[in-house]
Design a protein around this ligand. Structure first.
Ligand SMILES: [Zn+2]
Length: 477
């Protein structure tokens, strides 16, 4: 968040729009389909990853080893080749041609070359158009990713890289030319990866099984890991997108088709891209400490944003994060009896410490999840107070998703605010980082019960952010 700025009133239209659709039309018997599905598919629970009976990939890979990274990498390449062998003829009318060269290397080992340069110290996985090759670092990158997020992180990254090989084949069918901005190519590749994952989730893969709960959570977490640093401009020649933007494209592919991915252009993606440089007046690079002053600013921001609901505003009180007489969800709890949000400031301050992205990438202690993670947790408990005020259920199956949606709507309102608290570059990704934590409060109901699918939780916040509060009650009644 960005502190400071003149304390002018928030534009009334923003405050009004934020609660316009929030009506009391829900009861505990509401049919909550949103909470029990991932884009129409059931929420499933099983160990995701390489199938025990997966075939041995028949691929020619330079410098291949027998280690786990190479096992997952080769299975992924063989699998995405299966997938594209169907999709390219069916959707685009062209025959699939495998990539010319596959290379496994160790960024911390002997140098290997491909047409795009040396592999030494290149902690990466990439497609090189000059020799139509896909390469991956089995020395550092892949083992790190497997250690942090499991093998599906490798599948996510390589399915994305293979998407670039597909663009190379589609060319004008995907609107790709020499001057296509990087961000468009990246959004298409994330979208292709999302559609491939749909195919796997539907049980069509010979190599992998992916559940819609932990399995897809791992895929989204790995997209989060490879996001651009906060403050990158979307027009940067190397821009790949924020986690918010990347997950949007992945989810689009999951919900639609490769044709929809290929149709993405700068004009269609630009209005929703959230990647932007830091405001020049933002001396803290988007991070404020979570202390009494920040909580006061948060209270004012929430009061403003939800004023249109015309219900008593919950008070945020530093009373330890627990309710004296009702279920508690520390470090922040909504207490209906007193219409207060009880917070444990110390725990929230630790959660809100800035993210050390390099440490995070290396699987080390990366500090906290950023200020907006902590503020969003508190905002979610406040939103429950507003929901209660308008008579919505705080415990029905969709209550958690409705709450995440309202947090998204609030985040959008703060981005337009001239108040003390404003959304800064990187904030939305901090909320996503929190949403993907198993213990996150943002998408949970008053008892802390949340939907198992991170996919659905992130989607709910994104819908609120991009569309305002209207869909929060219509889609998550
Ligand atoms: Zn890429």
């Amino acid at each position: 968040m960005k502190p400071g700025g003149t304390a002018r009133l928030l534009v009334a239209a923003v405050a009004g729009a934020l609660v316009l659709g929030l009506t009391a039309c829900t009861g505990d018997d509401a049919r909550g389909t949103a909470a029990t599905t991932v884009d129409g598919l059931p929420i499933t629970h099983f160990a995701s990853g390489l199938k025990a009976n997966a075939p041995k990939p028949d691929l020619n890979v330079t410098n291949l080893s027998g280690d786990d990274s190479d096992k997952v990498a080769t299975a992924t390449i063989a699998d995405v080749e299966d997938y594209w062998s169907d999709r390219l003829p069916d959707d685009f009318g062209i025959r699939f041609e495998p990539v010319t060269r596959l290379l496994s290397y160790e960024s911390n080992g002997p140098n290997q070359k491909n047409a795009c340069g040396d592999t030494r110290r290149n902690v990466n996985a990439f497609y090189c158009g000059r020799d139509d090759s896909v390469s991956w670092d089995r020395g550092v990158l892949l083992p790190n990713m497997i250690q942090q997020f499991g093998p599906l992180s490798v599948v996510t990254v390589l399915a994305h890289e293979f998407g670039h090989a597909v663009q190379f084949r589609l060319r004008d069918k995907a609107g790709i030319s020499g001057n296509t901005p990087t961000i468009v190519k990246e959004q298409q590749a994330d979208c292709f990866a999302g559609n491939y994952f749909r195919w796997v989730v539907e049980g069509k893969s010979r190599y992998f099984a992916v559940s819609t709960s932990d399995g897809l959570n791992a895929a989204l977490s790995s997209l989060f890991l490879v996001r651009d640093s906060a403050g990158t401009s979307a027009t940067d020649s190397q821009a790949h997108g924020t986690a918010f933007d990347r997950i949007f494209a992945f989810q689009l592919g999951f919900e639609k088709s490769p044709k929809d991915c290929a149709a993405l252009t700068l004009a269609t993606i630009q209005p929703r891209l959230t990647e932007r440089p830091f405001d020049p007046t933002d001396r803290n690079k988007g991070d404020v400490p979570i202390n009494d002053a920040t909580i006061s600013a948060l209270q004012a921001s929430l009061n403003d944003s939800f004023a249109g609901a015309k219900v008593p505003a919950p008070s945020i009180v530093a009373t330890g994060g627990r309710c004296p007489d009702s279920p508690s969800t520390p470090p922040a709890s909504y207490c209906p009896a007193s219409n207060t949000v009880s917070i444990d400031l110390r725990t929230l301050a630790a959660l809100g410490r800035p993210v050390d992205q390099e440490a995070e990438f290396n699987g080390e202690d990366s500090g906290g999840h950023g200020d907006f993670a902590a503020l969003s947790e508190v905002a979610s408990r406040y939103a429950l107070g507003i929901e209660r005020g308008v008579g919505a259920s705080l415990t029905n199956p969709n209550a958690g998703l409705r709450t995440a949606c309202l947090v998204g709507a609030w985040a959008a309102a703060t981005s337009k605010s001239t108040r003390d608290l404003r959304l800064s570059a990187g904030d939305l990704d901090e909320a996503i980082s929190d949403l993907l934590r198993p213990e996150s409060l943002i998408a949970s109901d008053v008892n802390g019960r949340r939907v198992d699918a991170g996919f659905t939780r992130v989607e709910a916040m994104r819908i609120g952010y991009l569309q305002g509060s209207g869909p929060c009650s219509t889609q998550y009644g």
